[in-house]
Write a protein that binds this ligand. Structure first.
Ligand SMILES: [Ca+2]
Ligand SMILES: [Ca+2]
Ligand SMILES: [Ca+2]
Length: 434
């Protein structure tokens, strides 16, 4: 689902008319330039990766840790739409993939720090799949530690103390980085159900609540890192982050490729869904940020802007969108700018302090809160609303209160690493209505 994001949004925008009286939704899925419903469901943002969910990045977060502001927390999630009750072979990381998290410190779109994870699963008991996995972590090719995931939250008989199992799974690598890997509640939130019903007429939808969180009750697999800022800081203080997944010896367009091939990547949320045309989505997943110049025109002439105008006559600027290029490819001037090289990275200025709790805006920089997206991304940042409003021209002075009506995650985040909520238990089966 995702966003790379949660739902492939190509989707979806719920609009609240400027006057506040009329609520509308729209689905790009049924319009000319967007993907067709058959090639993109609510859980997959590009045709190829939709067939390989364990390699599918869903969301990436980067923020100064509120309880330890001298560290940067990086959270990368994989495997969209995990139903915690889906046994007996429950969701786990793939044992045949490489999971990567990158930091670019000099703005060239190439990694300067790379953490790489490989997982192993022992055979499970009885007829059940084993959800406890061991893993190795390398940093720039050198082994920096090993770890064990907690089990998935299958139910109280298998895992009586889930929070305790999670605490035990947190450990510190030899490079000083704190690490956690395992199942968590999906922190992404959005009203995908209404969006894909074409016309989202839920009462109050828009940027004023009233939406239904499609991702409620679903889990993801998380890799979380907490890195001392002193290790990665730079003169300009801004670094760029992205994550990716590689597969070994796979066929690409019917041809066997020897060695590792990147099959998924994620920097800023929703880029592959909203910005990249359907025919190029698989190619985008296979390229690196250093190669993003080839996609620049889709940022400066966004398809979504044209669709907003076609359906709702909003007068959104359709061309010359240097504002979107800055936010997503080179950084915001004087805040997260990293140079002329266009690269889809989640940029964060490490000198900007953690926002005080009472001043946090879910709209981040658009809400006057520079501690949030697109200066990094916090778990509670409402990136659907932010990106819809940004595409509509917020940074060019055209402020339309767009949103999907879901303003927060279904579960509260925790106050310490890894911050994500426990997944619902499979036994609780929260999505069943009877
Ligand atoms: Ca670099
Ligand atoms: Ca959730
Ligand atoms: Ca929202």
């Amino acid at each position: 689902m995702r966003r790379k994001t949660a739902f492939s949004t190509k989707a979806a925008v719920a609009l609240l008319g400027a006057a506040g009286a009329l609520t509308l939704g729209l689905s790009l899925a049924l319009t000319g330039p967007g993907p067709s419903p058959s090639t993109a469901s609510s859980h997959r943002e590009a045709p190829l990766i939709s067939e390989d969910p364990t390699a599918d990045n869903t969301d990436l977060y980067a923020f100064r840790s509120p309880d330890k502001p001298d560290t940067l927390t990086l959270i990368s999630n994989w495997i969209p739409g995990e139903d915690p009750a889906a046994g007996p072979n429950y969701y786990t990381f793939s044992n045949t993939a490489r999971y990567n998290i990158f930091i670019d410190r000099n703005g060239d779109g190439r990694p300067d720090v790379t953490w790489r994870f490989r997982f192993k699963t022992a055979t499970g008991p009885f007829f059940l799949g084993n959800t406890v996995q061991t893993y190795t972590v390398t940093r720039n090719g050198k082994l920096v530690g090993t770890g064990t995931t907690p089990p998935n939250n299958i139910g109280p008989r298998q895992v009586p103390d889930y929070a305790g199992a999670v605490s035990k799974a947190i450990n510190v690598l030899s490079d000083g980085t704190t690490v956690f890997a395992g199942q968590r509640d999906d922190p992404f939130f959005g009203d995908v159900g209404a969006i894909f019903d074409l016309v989202a007429f839920r009462k109050g939808t828009g940027s004023e609540g009233g939406g239904k969180d499609f991702l409620s009750g679903y889990a993801v697999h998380t890799i979380a890192l907490q890195v001392p800022i002193s290790q990665i800081d730079t003169e300009k203080h801004t670094v760029g982050v992205w994550s990716s997944t590689d597969r070994l010896n796979i066929a690409v367009k019917g041809k066997l490729r020897k060695g590792w091939t990147q099959v998924s990547r994620l920097g800023n949320p929703l880029v592959n869904e909203v910005i990249i045309p359907t025919g190029l989505k698989d190619a985008w997943n296979a390229t690196t940020p250093a190669q993003d110049a080839r996609f620049e025109k889709y940022y400066t002439t966004p398809i979504l802007a044209a669709v907003m105008n076609k359906l709702y006559k909003l007068g959104v600027p359709e061309t010359g969108r240097d504002d979107l290029k800055a936010v997503l490819l080179t950084g915001i001037p004087d805040v997260t700018f990293t140079g002329a090289t266009p690269a889809d990275e989640l940029r964060i200025n490490l000198s900007i302090p953690v926002t005080a709790a009472e001043k946090i805006s879910r709209l981040g920089v658009l809400g006057g809160d520079n501690g949030g997206f697109p200066n990094g991304r916090r778990l509670a940042d409402d990136v659907i609303d932010i990106e819809e409003q940004a595409v509509a021209g917020f940074l060019k002075g055209k402020k339309v209160p767009l949103g999907d009506g879901v303003d927060a995650n279904d579960k509260a985040f925790t106050a310490s690493f890894p911050y994500l909520a426990d997944p619902e238990s499979g036994f609780a089966n929260t999505k069943a209505t009877k």
